[in-house]
Design a protein. Structure first.
Length: 171
């Protein structure tokens, strides 16, 4: 209360600032929870991306993805290319941007997903396990290169692609 008097605010101004402060605190806490739930191995942003390598990247197209319109359209985004070109960085930064905008995100390694789903199928808990991957607004699959279907399981070979998607990918 002393602070309000020192600033010469009215009670309404003081309450407004107090409520705004509480709102900002809750918003930051919610973002922190979303980022934690996303399970990013490391946080990356678009601002940290090195645009000088690779030289043939379509910067405007990539920047346009960060408007996140593809989420409302329920469209997929796939980053393809050789090792070391920034696919993981862009996918992680896109997921982080989605968290900041209030969307749920899950970052998952394709091999772990396939192992989880295979184990769940054997335990007849596949539906429950699938919900974990279908629930987030954005699912980022990393290390997904080639999925081969067999009669008993799906195996993935990871080499050089990252995928950011809002729907469960199928092999």
């Amino acid at each position: 209360m002393q602070w309000r008097l020192q600033q010469s605010w009215t009670r309404a101004q003081y309450l407004r600032r107090l409520i705004d402060g509480q709102y900002q605190q809750r918003l930051q806490h919610t973002i922190q929870l979303r980022v934690k739930a996303a399970r990013f191995p490391v946080l990356k942003t678009l601002d940290q991306f090195r645009w000088d390598w690779p030289t043939k990247i379509n910067r405007l197209q990539v920047q346009n993805l960060f408007r996140l319109e593809f989420l409302a359209q329920k469209a997929n985004v796939i980053f393809l290319g050789n090792v070391g070109l920034g696919k993981s960085h862009l996918a992680t930064a896109l997921g982080y941007a989605a968290c900041l905008e209030g969307h749920s995100v899950l970052f998952a390694n394709a091999i772990e997903v396939i192992n989880d789903l295979s184990a769940a199928q054997k335990k007849t808990t596949l539906k429950t396990e699938l919900k974990k991957y279908l629930r987030p607004r954005m699912l980022i699959w990393m290390k997904l290169a080639i999925c081969l279907s067999t009669s008993t399981a799906r195996t993935c070979s990871s080499r050089s692609s990252a995928s950011a998607t809002n729907a469960a990918p199928s092999c």
